[in-house]
Design a protein around this ligand. Structure first.
Ligand code: AMP
Ligand code: ZN
Length: 115
């Protein structure tokens, strides 16, 4: 999508601190971190909502989740992390390209680590 900020990051048109990339996903630092470690795992295909996914998208997202688990220690998330996906208006999703927030590097119990 031409005007999507995450598509622009994926295409290299906007700079980012990239920690991982493969054919299906990038993992970058969130520009406005809400915890000691705050990454965004962004599937490369542009869509906004789970409800818009194809079966292939679901397979690809499964790959992304498995890969997140695999690389978590290299991201400093070896003691656990929280994975959050905001979906739509009530969740106050602000970037309409599906992405997973990965929060960690500290205990996330207090205060409230909503995104
Ligand atoms: P959401 O509200 O779930 O759509 O989350 C969007 C996230 O994208 C927010 O946490 C923003 O801080 C983050 N964000 C917006 N622009 C950038 C950017 N250029 N680089 C990295 N993260 C960004
Ligand atoms: Zn996009």
């Amino acid at each position: 999508m031409d005007d999507c900020i995450f598509c622009k990051i994926i295409r290299g048109e906007i700079p980012s601190e990239k920690h991982y990339e493969d054919d299906l996903m990038i993992v970058i630092d969130d520009i406005s971190p809400k915890a000691e470690k705050h990454y965004l795992a962004i599937p490369k295909k542009h869509y906004k909502l789970f409800s818009q996914m194809t079966e292939k998208d679901a397979d690809d997202l499964g790959h992304c989740l498995r890969k997140i688990g695999e690389i978590a220690p290299s991201l400093g998330l070896n003691n656990g992390f929280r994975c959050i996906v905001n979906q739509g208006d009530d969740a106050e999703q602000t970037v309409f390209h599906l992405h997973m927030h990965l929060l960690g590097g500290q205990k996330l119990s207090t205060p409230d680590y909503r995104i």
